[in-house]
Every structure is written in structure tokens, then in C-alpha cells.
Write a protein that binds this ligand. Structure first.
Ligand code: DQA
Length: 148
């Protein structure tokens, strides 16, 4: 049975590739989705890939993940540093959760050093660029016992 992974992206990540490329690089979110799908296929995983600028949509996707997902990769973007609601939603999800940040948030402004989501995440990846998503998928494949 193919294990399904939700890859969830928070606000402003729709502008990836155009927004502050010196920090976030030149790859677009569509590039990230393509690479995630290709790797997931190799790993025997399925992927639901979403992005929203609205906190409630991310919460609703975490709730949906309770029904059919084996694990979650989440880059909550700025909601990382503000959202108790996303933390609460993730606490209602039973499978593994990997938090991803494209940039090394610890090298940046102090307000980026705290993450509400890290209080739930089973692993945190920061500063590996968009490759962080692929590392997160590899880790989840291991944690959920994917076929490949
Ligand atoms: C980010 C880091 C956050 O601090 C920031 O608000 C983002 C992106 C990252 O991927 O490096 O929007 O999550």
C-alpha cells in the first residue's frame, strides 16, 4: 500500500524563486513539488502538496491528513513563529511530522529562532535550501516504513 505524505507550505511560499532569492534561492514552489513527487515515487510514497497564505487552510489540511496521511512535511513559513493553532492541529495528528525551513532561521532575526511547530515536530531541517524537503521525505519514508 502506498503511504501518503502531505507536504504543506505556509504564507509567501507561492512566491518562491521570486521572493528574496538571496535567502530562498531561485527554485520555484512548482520545482519543489516536481522534485518531491519524483523522489516520493522512488521511495514508494504518495504526495499531497499544498500551499496557502491562510492559516485556517493549513489547519484544515492537517485535519484532512488525520484521515489518510502517514506523515506530514510542513514549512509553516511565518506561521512557524506565531501559530499555536497550527501546533494544536499537528498535536491532533498521530503520524510523524518533519518541519522544514529553506533558510537557516537560527542565523537570521531573533524572532525567527522560536518555532511553535518544533514543539511537535519529530525532526527539524533548516538551512538546506529546497533540498530540505527531499531530506524530510527520505526521513519519513524510513519512519513510516515505505515499500522502497
Ligand atoms: C521560512 C523561514 C521563516 O522565518 C519565514 O517566515 C518564511 C520561510 C524558510 O523556509 O526558511 O517565510 O520558513
Amino acid at each position: 500500500m502506498t503511504r501518503l505524505i502531505y507536504v504543506l507550505n505556509g504564507p509567501n511560499l507561492n512566491l518562491l524563486g521570486k521572493r528574496q532569492p538571496e535567502i530562498y534561492g531561485h527554485e520555484t514552489l512548482a520545482d519543489v513539488e516536481r522534485d518531491c513527487r519524483a523522489l516520493a515515487g522512488e521511495l514508494g510514497l504518495g504526495v499531497r502538496f499544498h500551499q496557502s497564505n491562510r492559516e485556517y487552510e493549513i489547519i484544515d489540511w492537517v485535519h484532512a491528513a488525520r484521515e489518510d496521511a502517514a506523515g506530514i512535511v510542513i514549512n509553516p513559513a511565518a506561521f512557524t513563529h506565531t501559530s499555536v493553532a497550527i501546533l494544536d492541529a499537528l498535536n491532533a495528528f498521530d503520524g510523524p511530522v518533519i518541519e522544514v525551513h529553506i533558510s537557516n532561521v537560527h542565523k537570521r532575526e531573533a524572532f525567527r529562532h522560536h518555532s511553535f511547530v518544533s514543539g511537535r515536530a519529530d525532526g527539524v531541517i533548516a538551512g538546506f535550501g529546497t533540498q530540505g524537503y527531499l531530506l524530510a521525505l527520505r526521513r519519513l519514508a524510513h519512519l513510516v516504513g515505505a515499500a522502497a
